[in-house]
Design a binder for this molecule. Structure first.
Ligand code: NAD
Length: 516
């Protein structure tokens, strides 16, 4: 990989030490040095090591990327769908071959344990595989004979230049929720990854370069708010996909829609896990712990509130505490660690603050993870924390903490549990633990949440189903992947046709038929 500057060509990592390496943008098939002097450190959250410096690019870089993407459109959409699909197969092969490298990058900059990081890459591969169905999924529909001798057909065409703005917690998977579908359907693409985890995007774009994607088809611009605003305002961008916190999602949706773009904006979450009295205790506890503390609670699908119904409280609380205390915080590279660090020292402080407020508000600290032992120096570690006897008014029940903190509430009936969940302004994911089919049916039917798990702690839909929450967890109408991706990344055109040379309507075919 080389970076082109106005006066010279640099090879990152050889001309500078790794710690001061300034990341480049990837525009029009080249690694381009940023125009801005504004840089942020990218750090390893496990030990504070500076891994690189990310530029906070602005409108000029976004416009260069949009110009490249627009220039690439005519040739890219003119290629056969089969040819575009071949590129997706090639990316998928590279992801499979380099899964360890991609996973290590995710762990190094994002903190999650390696097994989780590998699972993230596996999920990205799954999206690539679903995108490879484009020759089937991009098909339109035709009806012969809407009137005598007249056919009507709907065809799917690309939307144009599409952009994605992504969060820190899935450095590979969330960009890959969008990019494969966008390009396989003939669009070109601009990615603005999270400024906290830009290195995995860099690696993925090196792969796109290696497989020979034509220049301008995919572009990478590093940055933060200025780059985002430039995407939202750019007349050249037709569709915006966003994933991040609630307030940013609302903002993105409003500003991009004002510019006439199609938008899908996925926001933050507060996910409830409801445990019924008949739940299978050991499996429920391990699923609850995996959901609450996996990726240190930094998943949009993390179960952050546990609601026990009736006697489920006595059945599971003892075991929950005992098992949570066995979990080990540590560097994600360490195979013994159950959970890695949180993303930044600011996040660490915010999570500590949330726990303290919860305790002041009257919650009981059942498991205290504020001072985990045996963790590397300089890292942003919070151990598994359980707050018991939480009530709906407490901030730990209302705010998204986005850390390894589980708030536990107790109610008497399923009806009360449903009311609690539905009172939350967000509705991303939820789980119910029970063997009772009637309770499951009632819960699934009435709950105002986009993704429901039954005895599953993290009910994230596979890539061939739509993924998204409801209410403040989602602004837009077309969800991520599944059939919704076809709808989002294509626009429909309907052609109604007849041919006068076919003779009197319908007769030509009759005559031909009679001759044979
Ligand atoms: P974030 O909202 O801070 O940042 C997301 C992206 O938006 C980043 O690329 C960032 O540069 C940009 N951004 C942030 N603030 C902005 C502003 N004011 N103006 C313009 N751009 C801005 O989110 P995060 O902290 O990176 O990610 C964690 C959040 O994402 C959590 O709330 C989590 O629940 C949510 N999330 C949701 C889903 C989902 O599927 N619903 C998936 C993953 C993460």
């Amino acid at each position: 990989m080389t970076i082109t500057t106005e006066s010279s060509t640099l090879t990152p990592g050889t001309t500078k030490t790794a710690a001061t390496r300034i990341l480049a943008n990837y525009i029009d098939g080249r690694w381009v040095a940023p125009q801005t002097q504004s840089l942020l450190d990218v750090t390893n959250p496990a030990n504070g090591e500076v891994l690189a410096r990310v530029p906070l690019s602005g409108a000029a870089e976004i416009e260069a990327a949009v110009a490249a993407a627009r220039a690439a459109l005519p040739d890219w959409r003119a290629r056969s769908v089969g040819e575009r699909t071949e590129f997706i197969y090639a990316i998928r092969e590279k992801f499979r071959q380099r899964i360890d490298e991609l996973a290590a990058s995710i762990t190094r900059e994002g903190g999650k344990v390696l097994s989780d990081a590998r699972a993230e890459v596996t999920r990205s591969i799954e999206v690539l595989e679903v995108a490879c169905a484009a020759p089937m999924t991009m098909q339109g529909r035709i009806l012969e004979g809407v009137a005598r001798g007249i056919n009507t057909e709907t065809i799917r065409q690309p939307v144009g230049v599409c952009a994605a703005i992504t969060p820190f917690n899935f450095p590979a998977m969330v960009p890959m929720w969008f990019l494969p579908f966008a390009i396989v359907y003939g669009n070109t693409f601009v990615l603005k990854p999270s400024e906290q985890v830009p290195l995995t995007s860099e690696l993925m774009f090196q792969i796109f370069e290696e497989i020979g994607l034509p220049k301008g088809v995919v572009n990478l611009v590093n940055g933060a708010h200025d780059a985002v605003n430039a995407i939202l305002d750019s007349p050249g961008i037709r569709a915006v996909s966003f994933v991040g916190s609630v307030n940013t999602a609302k903002y993105i949706y409003r500003r991009a829609a004002e510019q006439g773009k199609r938008v899908q904006a996925l926001g933050g979450a507060k996910n409830y896990m409801v445990v019924m009295p008949d739940a299978v205790v050991d499996k429920t506890v391990s699923n609850v712990l995996g959901s609450a503390f996996g990726a240190s609670g930094q998943r949009c699908m993390a179960g952050s509130v546990l609601v026990t119904v009736g006697s489920a409280r006595e059945a599971i609380m003892g075991r929950l505490k005992a098992e949570a205390e066995k979990l080990i915080a540590g560097d994600g590279m360490n195979a013994k660690a159950s959970l890695g660090p949180v993303i930044s020292s600011a996040a660490c402080e915010r999570i500590h603050g949330a726990i303290e407020i919860g305790v002041k508000e009257g919650a009981k600290l059942l498991v205290d993870g504020r001072r985990p032992t045996g963790v590397p120096a300089g890292g942003n570690f919070v151990g598994p924390t359980i707050l018991n006897n939480v009530t709906a008014e407490m901030s730990v029940a209302r705010d998204e903490i986005f850390g390894p903190v589980l708030s536990v509430m107790h109610v008497d009936t399923l009806e009360q549990a449903i009311a609690l969940v539905n009172a939350d302004p967000r509705g991303n994911g939820t789980s119910i633990f029970t063997e009772n089919g009637a309770a499951v049916r009632e819960y699934s039917r009435r709950i105002e949440v986009g993704m429901v798990g039954v005895n599953i702690g993290v009910a994230a839909s596979p890539a061939y189903f739509p993924f998204s929450g409801w209410k403040d967890s989602f602004f837009g109408d077309l969800h991520v992947h599944g059939w919704d991706a076809v709808e989002f990344f294509t626009r429909k055109k309907t052609v109604t046709s007849r041919y006068f040379s076919a003779g009197e309507t319908g007769k030509f075919f009759t005559e031909q038929g009679e001759k044979h």
